[in-house]
Design a protein around this ligand. Structure first.
Ligand SMILES: Nc1ncnc2c1ncn2[C@@H]1O[C@H](COP(=O)(O)OP(=O)(O)OP(=O)(O)O)[C@@H](O)[C@H]1O
Ligand SMILES: [Mg+2]
Length: 408
């Protein structure tokens, strides 16, 4: 630095304070810069060492420059054994030659990117020769000494094992599902054909009993004719049961045709039919307006026919009989409910009601075969919904169901 002088008359007086000031300033600056760099370096080392993945820094020539503690742990080498070695030391022998080529290619166009793009499986090789599947990503950093490549290596054995386990579980679930579906189809076909085949002999039993009564009635005494009447009644009852079974089978066999359905309008139609069949009963019906759902209209009508039909039947003798159809929405799902103030039922049996031919009431008080709620449940499940019942003896009942857009 040129020394500055100030002219004062003839004498030249040096300004002694100027230079020491400038020096101490730049000294301070340098010291500050150095300590900043040290702090930055410490931070880098801290981050580098505490990184959860193995980190390897290599020079352009592919020789290892720096590794972190995770690298030592993952690969089983001490740091000193790696520094200065080609990075290929960390990959299985069979990939080494190819890797040198890749590396040269990378040096031409260094970009941050994951390795193994295109589905190539990557492996690391430990000091003892064992291998592990790895996720590897590369980031180039330009420095004064050239491009340094930061390689981040993660052992993904555990992740792959979990993925494999999930895949296996899914496959076994799918297999089980297919088996169950096949079994179900078999069962349905079986019950369908059995029901179907049983009809013909039943018709014979009923028909020939009738022929006996008509053609030979005068030669039979009264108890014999009574027995024959009982045979006919039993055969006819069995025919109804079989028809119901067939109806139930049909519900499961048909596919879903989903559309926007006005449940309120459907309920009003069903209620009108109930009144038409039983015009003398004073029943108060409250149907909430504008209840809509995505459902199969034919099947959801069957649900309402059964639930409203039950409510109608089990409120017999109530004055006034009250039936309500409404909806409650909770957590994004809407439950549709049919409530009545009829005979109710013992909640201890609530789970049984939905089984085929399960009845809690006397057939002479409340006629029926016990197939209605089984049908309701099948339809609701087909839609991906749930159905449940609440009630108390003598205090009415409520049946609620949800619909969730249907299962294929
Ligand atoms: N609203 C209700 N109040 C009280 N009990 C009911 C009600 N609905 C159903 N139940 C009970 O559940 C049983 C099963 O009902 P489900 O509809 O399956 O058969 P059902 O009505 O007896 O005969 P089906 O419907 O085949 O003509 C009934 O027999 C009855 O005991
Ligand atoms: Mg019923």
């Amino acid at each position: 630095m040129a020394k500055r002088r100030v002219a004062r008359g003839r004498e030249e007086i040096r300004e002694p304070w100027r230079e020491p000031m400038a020096l101490s300033d730049s000294n301070r600056q340098l010291r500050a810069q150095a300590s900043e760099r040290r702090a930055a370096e410490e931070m880098f080392r801290g981050l580098f060492e505490s990184a959860p993945d193995a980190m390897v820094i290599s020079r352009e020539d592919g020789r290892i420059f720096l590794v972190n503690a995770q690298t030592e742990q993952l690969f089983g080498y001490a740091r000193d054994e790696l520094i200065g070695q080609p990075v290929e030391i960390l990959i299985p022998e069979r990939f080494r030659a190819g890797h040198v080529g890749h590396r040269a290619h990378y040096a031409v166009d260094p970009r941050t990117r994951p390795m193994g793009a295109g589905g190539l499986a990557l492996f690391g090789r430990r000091r003892d020769g064992s291998e592990f599947p790895a996720a590897i990503s590369l980031s180039p950093v330009r420095t004064r000494e050239g491009v340094l490549v930061f390689t981040d290596i993660r052992d993904i054995s555990a992740q792959q094992q979990t993925e494999r386990r999930i895949r296996e579980l899914n496959e076994s679930l799918a297999r089980r599902n297919a088996e169950l579906e096949a079994l179900n189809r078999e069962l349905e076909a079986f019950s369908y054909s059995v029901s179907h085949d049983l009809r013909a002999p039943l018709r014979s039993i009923d028909g020939f009993s009738q022929a006996l009564i008509e053609d030979y009635g005068d030669r039979l005494d009264a108890p014999a004719r009574e027995f024959l009447q009982r045979v006919r009644a039993a055969a006819q009852r069995m025919a109804v049961l079989i028809d119901d079974l067939l109806k139930l089978a049909r519900v499961t066999r048909t596919g879903l045709k989903l559309e926007e359905v006005d449940l309120s309008a459907l309920a009003r139609e069903v209620a009108a039919e109930l009144r038409e069949h039983d015009p003398d009963r004073p029943v108060e019906l409250a149907i909430a307006p504008d209840l809509r759902a995505t459902a199969d209209p034919r099947l959801v009508r069957l649900v309402l026919e059964n639930l409203l039909g039950n409510a109608w039947k089990f409120t017999r003798g109530r004055a006034p009989a009250r039936i309500e159809f409404s909806a409650v929405t909770r957590d994004d799902s809407t439950a549709y409910c049919v409530r009545d103030n009829g005979a109710g039922f013992d909640m201890g049996y609530a789970g049984k009601l939905f089984g085929a031919f399960q009845r809690l009431h006397n057939a002479s008080d409340y006629p029926g075969t016990g197939i209605g709620l089984a049908t309701v449940q099948r339809i609701v499940h087909k839609h991906g919904g749930e159905v449940w019942a609440e009630g108390a003896v003598g205090q009415g009942a409520s049946f609620c169901f949800t619909l969730r857009g249907g299962r294929s």
